[in-house]
Design a protein around this ligand. Structure first.
Ligand code: BGP
Length: 462
């Protein structure tokens, strides 16, 4: 048997904005607002209003999670729910009661709660008033919110994360127009990336000052290892820059407390470098993470760009590389993402060799498949063998990385119960547990029963 380390986390991740529903929330986050103004942009015009109804059904949902053998679970605290006055960071008592109840239920079901503080869900008023993450004012307000969370829940929550996939905020909101406010502005994107790194370090600083016994803090990054189309000098150079921008821009400050110098040089040469003070860089230097969460879905294959990088026009980071569609690649067509499990091994070794072999866990992995009802058997259970195969392959490569010394302490699936997925809404389903969004009836899939056995064995059968 392929046995995983003792006390390995077997679990799954969700987020507040994708599971709770908008019930009883005083403020709108950027997605709540985007759906209000452009519902037609969301698959089948379904917004985050109800999501998977976690706000009302958290007890039953957590019990279902427990029933499939999960020993740990991540969700997020919504800033737009917890805070009443966004300027002074006073808290909303009903929200405090809600998160207290969620945490208590997880603990009573013997699941380690992991709480994330930012899952793309900035209160939209802060975007309207200050320009969101473009502004350092938001960094300060976010740190105030984070501090409230540590004080309110830190006695019971021992694993915290500052952001989920900050790079997606940069890409979705400022480069590639898949998240509100759909801006295309490379210079702003660079500043937002810096500010998100700064916010993470400042939240960690606030956390350390509170000295909460046994509590640890990390951040969650979507790592997309880069593979060049060929060994040619040009393709290799494209891959080098893609790796600097997509991964190292967040990974290096989080773990080493510095920005990649080659990237700083490039951004300086292109006259788009962020504004940051020596004092801020000191904060980043001195407040690195205790652990890392890695979301892994797909690799990033690149080739030399068709157009010369010094072509005239708006600066965007991808002027240095083009996406490469490798012939024969395996793809999940519903999501359009390549399936390449060996990348998880490459991540494990990269962390071991270049990032202090810091403790890390797979904080998301999984596959979103549409119309899963077609796989229902006569008992109404979805037979999602493709998901079992997908997770097995990823776990095998992860196992190999651990065998070679990478310090990985867990595997979380995206997601426990089918939840709302941004613009794709409920098109692609990722859960171990299905959700009928009309009745909110939740049913364990075949993969959920399978996962329970894996967790119980703490390993994979040979
Ligand atoms: C990650 C996010 C999750 C989740 C997942 C699936 O990027 O952290 O919030 O949504 O991807 O992707 P999607 O919902 O875009 O299909």
């Amino acid at each position: 048997m392929k046995k995983f380390p003792e006390n390995f986390w077997w679990g799954a991740a969700t987020s507040g904005p994708q599971s709770e529903g908008r019930f009883n929330k005083k403020h709108a986050n950027v997605f709540d607002y985007h759906f209000e103004i452009e519902p037609e942009k969301f698959y089948q015009h379904i917004g985050p209003d109800v999501a998977s109804n976690f706000y009302n059904s958290y007890q039953e949902d957590i019990q279902l999670m427990k029933s499939i053998g999960m020993n740990s679970v991540r969700t997020s605290i919504q800033w737009s729910r917890l805070i009443d006055d966004l300027e002074t960071n006073t808290v909303n008592q009903e929200a405090v009661d809600f998160y207290n109840a969620v945490i208590a239920t997880m603990i009573s079901e013997k699941m380690t709660p992991v709480m994330n503080l930012h899952h793309f869900d900035l209160p939209v008023e802060l975007y309207a008033k200050y320009g969101g993450w473009e502004s350092k004012k938001i960094v300060e307000l976010y740190v105030g919110f984070a501090e409230q969370c540590f004080k309110l829940f830190g006695d019971r929550v021992k694993y915290w994360t500052t952001h989920n996939e900050p790079m997606v905020v940069v890409e979705g909101e400022y480069l590639f127009q898949f998240h509100y406010p759909n801006i295309v502005d490379g210079k702003k994107a660079v500043q937002v990336a810096y500010n998100l790194n700064l916010a993470s370090a400042k939240a960690i600083q606030a956390f350390r000052r509170l000295n909460i016994p046994e509590a640890k803090i990390g951040t969650i990054l979507n790592l997309t290892p880069t593979y060049a189309a060929s060994d040619s000098k040009e393709d290799q150079e494209a891959a080098r820059i893609a790796e600097l921008w997509n991964n190292n821009l967040f990974l290096e400050p989080a773990v080493h407390g510095t920005f990649p110098s080659e990237l700083e040089e490039l951004l300086t040469q292109d006259k788009v470098l962020w504004e940051g003070s020596a004092e801020e860089k000191e904060v980043i230097k001195n407040n690195t993470v205790d652990f890392l969460g890695v979301n892994f879905y797909h690799p990033n294959r690149v080739k030399a760009p068709d157009l010369a990088p010094n072509s005239v026009g708006e600066w965007l980071p991808n002027r240095y590389y083009d996406a490469y569609d490798m012939p024969g690649r395996r793809v999940n067509l519903d999501r359009g993402w390549e399936i390449y499990p060996k990348a998880l091994y490459d991540i494990a070794i990269n962390i071991k060799e270049n990032y202090k072999n810091i403790p890390w866990y797979v904080s998301e992995n999984g596959m979103g498949v549409s119309n899963e009802d077609r796989f229902k058997n006569s008992e109404g259970i979805i037979e999602d063998e493709y998901r079992i195969a997908f997770v097995t392959e990823h776990l095998e490569w992860l196992y190999q990385g651990i065998e070679e010394g990478s310090n990985c302490f867990g595997y979380h699936m995206w997601t426990p119960i089918d939840c709302w997925s941004w613009l794709n809404a409920y098109k692609n389903r990722y859960g171990f547990i299905s959700n009928n969004i009309h009745t909110q009836i939740k049913t364990v899939k075949q993969s959920g029963y399978w996962f329970k056995e894996v967790a119980k064995r703490n390993g994979l059968k040979e």
